[in-house]
Design a protein around this ligand. Sequence first.
Ligand code: FES
Length: 69
Amino acid sequence: MYVCICNAITDKQIRQAAFRGATTVMDLTDELGVAACCGSCHESAAEILAEHAHRGHHFEPVVFNPALA
Ligand code: FES
């Protein structure tokens, strides 16, 4: 389903960006152009991000520990 009509961005693309680490609509704007034109998709995009975060789909940064190498 298209979320951002102006840039032809789907909910699937937004979820994929969230899996890659996007946590804010600004992140989506930087990566995909979401909400960069008319802005009417901003709320829908934010809801998808919130849904993603609510489900606990986030990644902790991987820190290299030479003691474990
Ligand atoms: S619908 Fe996303 S910027 Fe217009």
